[in-house]
Design a protein around this ligand. Sequence first.
Ligand code: TLP
Length: 349
Amino acid sequence: MLNGYIDLRSDTVTQPTPEMREAMAQAELGDDVFGDDPTINRLEEMAAAKMGKAAAVFVASGTMGNLVSLLTHCNRGEEVIVGSEAHIFRYEAGGSSALGGIAQFQIPNNPDGTLPLDRVEAAIRGSDQHEARTKLIALENTQNRCGGTVLPVDYMKQVRALADKHSLNVHLDGARVFNAAVALGVDVKEITQYVDSVTFCLSKGLSAPVGSVICGSPEFIAKARRYRKMLGGGMRQAGVLAAAGIVALEKMIDRLADDHANARRLAEGLADTPGFVVDLDRVQTNIVFFELDANAKVTADVVTQRMLEHKVKLISPGVHFRRFRAVTHAWVDRADIDRTLLAFKAAVT
Ligand code: TLP
């Protein structure tokens, strides 16, 4: 429960835990643009170590992390291969094209969130003067719009091999990469060892109020810092935010398994509820996509409105769509899921 509601709109709605608030209040601070905020420095060291990279930089958001990473990898007129369902393509306001002159070659994601390797290879170009030159492959793990699906470690390895064959870099939008690691039961380094750069979010399932971290080589991160500054992201005494991020990394990763179990419970309950259709195979982490049955007598907007009356917040799919997304997180427990299922039963009838 969050402010009296079961809020399933996103895991971005999570609020800092009491321990985070305490750490924020006590944080030792400095001016991060001068490099002397000890709390930021500690968060960046911890993040780099966790991801198996040599350096890291704290940024304001996942969107900024991806944008700074793409600007760092690609010059104007160069191209990134990206999924048609990727957050970078769908929800980042075209930032890398608008601000970086970077072209995007979109490839339809497989339903499981992967990009078909043959199509990735066929998309690599640049030897001819007519073509933008491919520089980067961008993956997303977990893949949000495909259902919070997990890209397997072996798939990451295959993308690395393909990138090496063509001298390309690989960036991972790892906004929820800890969800992927927990779902796979592996150390997150198993996943990130195959990418040159990774952005992960502290402000989603890990419950910190603000912030993401980009991890990569020292040279990459030095260049990324310059782009962060250019975008206005040099944040001074941002150790107050990093302090929450440190608690997030220390305390909030293992418990993501509870969110996954709750998502599963929600998905199975919805699958048993006449009026809804769920692809259970794609419910692998904390995200549940489901649709109103074609024969349902109510519209998605009406369902959303009725759910709100039952104190459950959902993003409305809009009048033309039937597809909902529910995201579990630390402010939703098992009892909330059972209440939500009862509310859905009432809302579709
Ligand atoms: N995703 C948000 C919305 O923007 C859709 C959400 O509610 O899921 N990468 C991925 C895979 C994301 O899901 C998001 C946020 C981001 C990047 C951007 O992170 P922020 O919101 O911190 O800019």
